[in-house]
Design a protein around this ligand. Structure first.
Ligand code: PEP
Ligand code: CO
Length: 448
C-alpha cells in the first residue's frame, strides 16, 4: 500500500465513472478545500477494529449484518428515523446471534450513503428530460431543472448529515439504548402484533432468562451493555471521498475517515478505473460488489490490486447475482478465488439482482426472491466448504410498502400505500425481522 493517494486530477484522468458534471469548477474546488479542513468522522483505529472483525468473518468465525437505506436523504436525518433504523438492525442482530449462534458484526449502511450510481444520465418524464437524480450528495430529487443541477455545496451537507447521524448512533449504542436488557423494548407495538414480532418476543423472553441466570451467578459483562457498531457507504463521489482521506498519524497510512467501511459499486469496479485506483491506497476495510458479469479472473485481478498483501479482513466481495443466477454463477467464482489462495469475506447482497418494475409503476423486489438468493448463497458456500460470511440488505425502520410479499403479504397494489424510497425499495421492519429469522435458520443448518 502506497502512503499517498493520487491527487484528484490524476484520478479523474482515469475516466472516473458515475461522476456528476458540475457547472462551476471553482465552486467544486472551494467546497473540496473546505471539506479537507473538517475533522474526521471516524478514527483510523476504529477502522482497524472493524478490519479485525472482518478478518473473523473471512475465517468463518463471525457473520456480517450490513443494512440501511439504498440512499439516505438529508430530510430523513431525524432522531426518529435514525433510531428506528438502528432498532431494527439491533433486533436483526439479536436474532442472528441467538438463533444462529454466531457472533454478528454490525455494520450500518448509513452516515454517508448519499451518492448513487444511475443507469442513465438523464431522466424523462412526460416528454421532459432532466439530469437523473444522483443522490442528495449531488442534486435534488424534485423533478425541476433547478433541483437537478449538480450542486457542490451539497458535499458539505453530506458531511454535516453524516456527522449528525453518526453522533446519534454513537450515543444510542454506547448510552444504554443497545443494552441487551432492552431487548423487549426494541419490539414496538406495531411489530409485536405481527408473526415475526411474536417470534421475536419469544426469543427476547429466552434472552431475558439467560440474562437473569447470568445476573444470579454474578456475571456483569460489559458486552451486554453496549454494542460495536460501524458505518459504511459506497465511496462513489471522488471529490467527497478524496477530501475525506487523511494520513493516520500512528501508521502514516491514508484512511478514508468518512466511514469505517467503504465499498466499490458494481458500476465502478473497472480494474484500471479511478475508484479501484483510489481504493488501492486507503487502509480501511473495503468491499467490492460483484454481479453476474464478473468473471473469476476479474475477481482475482481485483483482489490482487486491492489487497496485494492478501491481508485478512481487508477485502470483502459482495455478490449480487439475482435469485435466478446465483446458483449457476457463484460456484465458479468462489471456487477459483479460493483456489488462488485469496483471503476474502463473502457477503450476499440479495437486493440488487432482484429489482423489477411492478405493473403499477414502482421499482420493487419480491421478498421471496431476496430469501431465495440468500438461500442460494448458503447452498453454494456449503457445497464448496466456504463460509457464507454475511448479508447486505436495504431496509428501513419504518412500516413502508416497497417490497412485495413477506408475512404481511404486500401485493403490487399495496405498494402505493407507503412507498417512500427515492431510489431502491427497502425491506420494512417486519420483513427485516422475517429475513433475520430465515437467515438464522440457514446459519444454524450451516454450523450444525
Ligand atoms: C447499491 O448498493 O445501492 C448499489 C447501487 O448496488 P450495485 O453497485 O451492486 O448496483
Ligand atoms: Co440500492
Amino acid at each position: 500500500m502506497s502512503s499517498t493517494v493520487p491527487d484528484l486530477a490524476a484520478l479523474h484522468a482515469l475516466g472516473a465513472a458515475q461522476q456528476p458534471t458540475y457547472p462551476d469548477a471553482d465552486a467544486v474546488a472551494a467546497n473540496v478545500a473546505r471539506l479537507r479542513t473538517m475533522p474526521p468522522l471516524v478514527f483510523a483505529g476504529e477502522c482497524d477494529d472493524l478490519k479485525a472483525k472482518m478478518a473473523a468473518v473471512s475465517r468463518g468465525e463471525a457473520f456480517l449484518l450490513q443494512g440501511g437505506d439504498c440512499a439516505e436523504t438529508f430530510a430523513e436525518v431525524t432522531a426518529d428515523n435514525v433510531r428506528n433504523k438502528l432498532r431494527v438492525l439491533l433486533q436483526m442482530a439479536v436474532i442472528l446471534t441467538y438463533a444462529g449462534s454466531v457472533p454478528v458484526v454490525k455494520l450500518g449502511r448509513l452516515a454517508g450513503q448519499y451518492a448513487k450510481p444511475r443507469s442513465s444520465d438523464m431522466e424523462t418524464r412526460d416528454g421532459v428530460t432532466l439530469p437523473a437524480y444522483r443522490g442528495d450528495a449531488v442534486n435534488g430529487f424534485d423533478f425541476t431543472p433547478e433541483s437537478r443541477i449538480p450542486d457542490p455545496t451539497r458535499l458539505l451537507d453530506v458531511y454535516n448529515a453524516s456527522a449528525a447521524t453518526l453522533n446519534l448512533v454513537r450515543a444510542f449504542v454506547t448510552g444504554g439504548y443497545a443494552d441487551l436488557r432492552q431487548v423487549h423494548t426494541w419490539n414496538t407495538d406495531f411489530v409485536r402484533t405481527s408473526v415475526a414480532g411474536q417470534r421475536y418476543e419469544a426469543l427476547a423472553g429466552e434472552i431475558d432468562k439467560a440474562l437473569g441466570f447470568m445476573d444470579a451467578i454474578g456475571v456483569d459483562a460489559d458486552e451486554l451493555k453496549r454494542v460495536d457498531f460501524h458505518s459504511s457507504h459506497e465511496a462513489l463521489l471522488l471529490e467527497y471521498e478524496h477530501a475525506m482521506t487523511r494520513i493516520d498519524s500512528r501508521t502514516e497510512k491514508p484512511y478514508n475517515v468518512s466511514g469505517h467501511f467503504v465499498w466499490i459499486g458494481e458500476r465502478t469496479r473497472q480494474l484500471d478505473g479511478a475508484h479501484v485506483e483510489y481504493f488501492r491506497h486507503i487502509a480501511n476495510p473495503i468491499g467490492c460488489k460483484l454481479g453476474p458479469s464478473a468473471s473469476a479472473d476479474d475477481a482475482i485481478a481485483l483482489a490482487e490490486k486491492l489487497n496485494p498483501d492478501n491481508e485478512e479482513g481487508r477485502l470483502t466481495f459482495i455478490t449480487r447475482f439475482g435469485a435466478g443466477k446465483i446458483r449457476d454463477g457463484l460456484p465458479h467464482l468462489v471456487e477459483k478465488v479460493t483456489a488462488a489462495g485469496i483471503k476474502v469475506a463473502w457477503v450476499c447482497d440479495p437486493m440488487h439482482g432482484n429489482t423489477f418494475e411492478s405493473s403499477t409503476g414502482y421499482k420493487t423486489r419480491r421478498f421471496d426472491d431476496v430469501i431465495d438468493e440468500v438461500q442460494g448463497f448458503f447452498d453454494v458456500h456449503r457445497a464448496l466448504g466456504t463460509w457464507p460470511g454475511g448479508v447486505l440488505v436495504e431496509m428501513t425502520g419504518d412500516d413502508v410498502t416497497e417490497c412485495i410479499g413477506g408475512g404481511e403479504e404486500i401485493d403490487e397494489a399495496g405498494l402505493a400505500h407507503r412507498y417512500e424510497s427515492v431510489v431502491d425499495p427497502r425491506l420494512n421492519r417486519v420483513q427485516s425481522l422475517e429475513l433475520a429469522f430465515l437467515v438464522a435458520e440457514m446459519l444454524r443448518a450451516t454450523t450444525a
